[in-house]
Design a protein around this ligand. Structure first.
Ligand code: AMP
Length: 600
């Protein structure tokens, strides 16, 4: 195919914003094409050289592109810069300059093959001298280009090709050009794309063997699957109703979705929800997954969250996002902000696709295929059949650092729906509260053995508030954050006078620490917010029967309140007041994207 024909088609596509018209134009453009031109044209039209997940980039800065344009047009770079300032688009400037250039002697017209091959070579150029080579290669393409070709070539190079062909429009066009255009054909084409994330591959299979050939496109380790997405409901009652009365509830971890591809041999590859490869960000997961996943090759999915290595508690999500792009500091990040991947699905195990199985079978397969380690575990899950059971699980989830629950359908048809949002998964997030500003003076009533760097020492402490009416100490958090080494070393001495062989009668908690202490040591803690909890007992029953108050993401401020007796600590009533005083906000979650920029 001549590149001029593609450029002319771009011009027409750019002139319309109607999806139907675009589909027709695109179908007309691709109908005569066959591989290898067909996939090339599809990639190029999306501004890509390879499927997006491969992350192939040209790596040509604006200044380099301007130099190439100047050389090809025979003008000074300053002239290109001046004109571009006026036009705001180097593509249009190129068109202008090439039109004004002295006519060339006859040159061979550009083909899609040449453009694609040359640009692929440019993308692969690395290291010393590569910038010059890139400029030269682009100049060589621009010299024989017509003004219109030049415009689109340059826009491609800059990543500003604005012809607006989106994946969904291409799928429409494929159905029109190479199948009978029916809804069924469109569905099958999209299904193949959802499994392979590669439009070029789908188009080539379709044109070679028709819709029937798409069935042969299956999972491949190293090629990400488009993720299944969740719907939402405003209450747990509605969640259960949707799911026919019972569902598997899982912790909804607030982190980064990770699709892990674990080959039989060779390196693990991790992909984000947007199918970008993020393996380099999490070397510890890359190292641990082959040990944790026994049924190789496998494709598993989970949520990656930061974990306090000393207390094993889930940390706020921000800790992971700070890792982004920190290639140099990665080693430090690994020890300071280690992550844990909580697996919640399996698409391929032991080389056999499982995505078509219903969810209960997939969960069973996942349990069987994975041997939990410190870094790789299964998502917490419980099958519930009533709103009460669901509420209790939600509270446990929130107290455990999750942002809510994910309900999963157990019914027939609960297979993994790649790329689809539906009611087979329903997310339910509790209302958000705006940060707790007050600190709390809590009484240490228990200690937990440390792990990791804190092995052989205490790692965290059970802390309580005081209820003067009942004269008892009610636990509201387990805190390990905020203790530096010195503070940690000091704690056994400070606690020694209060050691108790068993739970003191004045202490109530749903948690059993490794060591109990009589109420004596008072210290100051802060946290993100107060929530309801089935395991802590502060102000139990005041908000809802069976639930106490708990502090989320608690942290020792470093301040001991030696000036306070345990009975002078914050009281249960004060905690309740703080809970009620928190400003409640609707969850920032209106677009299915959790309301925050995609962390990857
Ligand atoms: P959404 O992407 O808006 O459909 O919301 C679902 C997101 O929640 C997923 O993309 C995951 O990143 C995340 N998530 C956290 N825990 C779970 C879980 N147990 N199961 C499925 N998704 C989860």
């Amino acid at each position: 195919m001549r590149y001029a024909d593609l450029a002319a088609a771009y011009e027409r596509l750019e002139a319309t914003s109607k999806r139907l018209e675009m589909r027709a134009l695109l179908a007309e453009l691709i109908r005569p094409l066959r591989p290898p031109d067909l996939p090339r044209v599809l990639y190029l039209s999306q501004g890509l050289l390879r499927p997006e997940y491969e992350g192939v980039e040209l790596g040509v800065a604006d200044s380099l592109a301007r130099r190439a344009v100047a050389q090809a047009a025979g003008v000074e770079p300053a002239e290109v810069a001046r004109r571009t300032k006026l036009s705001g688009d180097l593509g249009s400037t190129t068109q202008e300059l090439l039109a004004a250039r002295r006519p060339l002697e006859a040159t061979t017209p550009l083909t899609v093959e040449r453009v694609y091959t040359e640009l692929s070579r440019v993308a692969a150029l690395k290291g010393e001298g590569s910038q010059e080579q890139k400029v030269q290669a682009i100049t060589d393409l621009l010299v024989p280009a017509s003004p219109q070709e030049g415009k689109y070539l340059v826009r491609f190079v800059l990543g500003t090709l604005r012809v607006g062909v989106r994946e969904m429009t291409i799928l429409d066009a494929l159905a029109t050009a190479f199948a009978d255009g029916t809804k069924e054909a469109r569905v099958r084409i999209e299904a193949a794309f959802n499994l392979s994330s590669d439009l070029g591959l789908v188009a080539s299979a379709l044109v070679d063997g028709g819709v029937a050939a798409l069935g042969a496109i299956s999972l491949e380790v190293g090629r990400p699957v488009r993720p299944m997405l969740a719907e939402r409901e405003p209450s747990l009652a509605e969640v259960l109703e949707r799911m026919g009365g019972s569902a598997a509830l899982e912790y909804k971890y607030d982190g980064l979705r990770v699709q892990a591809h674990v080959p039989k041999d060779g390196p693990v590859r991790l992909f984000s929800r947007r199918l970008e490869e993020i393996s380099a960000q999490f070397p510890e997961l890359v190292a641990e997954l082959p040990k944790a996943v026994r049924a190789k090759p496998a494709i598993v999915e989970g949520e990656c969250v930061p974990i306090d290595p000393d207390t094993d508690e889930i940390q706020p999500f921000q800790a992971v996002s700070r890792r982004r792009g920190r290639k140099h500091d990665l080693e430090r990040a690994q020890t300071e902000i280690p992550v844990c991947l909580f697996l919640f699905d399996v698409l391929l195990a032991g080389g056999t696709p499982t995505y078509g199985d219903d969810f209960p079978a997939r969960r069973a397969r996942l349990t069987e295929a994975v041997r939990a380690t410190d870094r790789v575990r299964l998502a917490n899950q419980r099958v519930v059949a009533s709103v009460e059971e669901a509420t209790t699980f939600l509270e446990e989830a929130v107290a455990g650092g999750a942002e809510g629950v994910m309900a999963k359908s157990l019914g027939a048809g609960s297979s993994y729906r790649a790329g689809a949002r539906g009611y087979w998964w329903i997310k339910y997030k509790r209302d958000y509260t705006v940060g707790l500003t007050d600190s709390i003076d809590g009484v240490v009533v228990g200690g937990f053995h440390g792990r990791g760097r804190r092995a052989g020492r205490f790692g965290a402490f059970l802390v309580a508030v005081y209820d003067p009416g009942k004269d008892r100490f009610e636990s509201f958090c387990k805190v390990g954050s905020g203790f530096d080494d010195a503070a940690l070393a000091e704690m056994p001495h400070r606690l020694a006078p209060f050691e108790a062989p068993e739970r003191p009668v004045s202490v109530v908690s749903g948690i059993e620490p490794d060591r109990w202490f009589r109420p004596g040591l008072v210290l100051e803690v802060r946290g993100a917010e107060l929530t309801l909890s089935p395991i802590h007992r502060a102000a139990e029953g005041s908000v809802r029967a069976g639930a106490g108050l708990a502090l989320r993401f608690p942290r020792f401020t470093g301040r001991y309140r030696d000036d306070k007796d345990p009975t002078d600590a914050t009281t249960s009533d004060e905690l309740l007041e703080m809970y009620r005083g928190q400003v409640r906000q609707a969850a920032p979650d209106a677009d299915g994207d959790d309301g925050r920029p995609d962390p990857t």
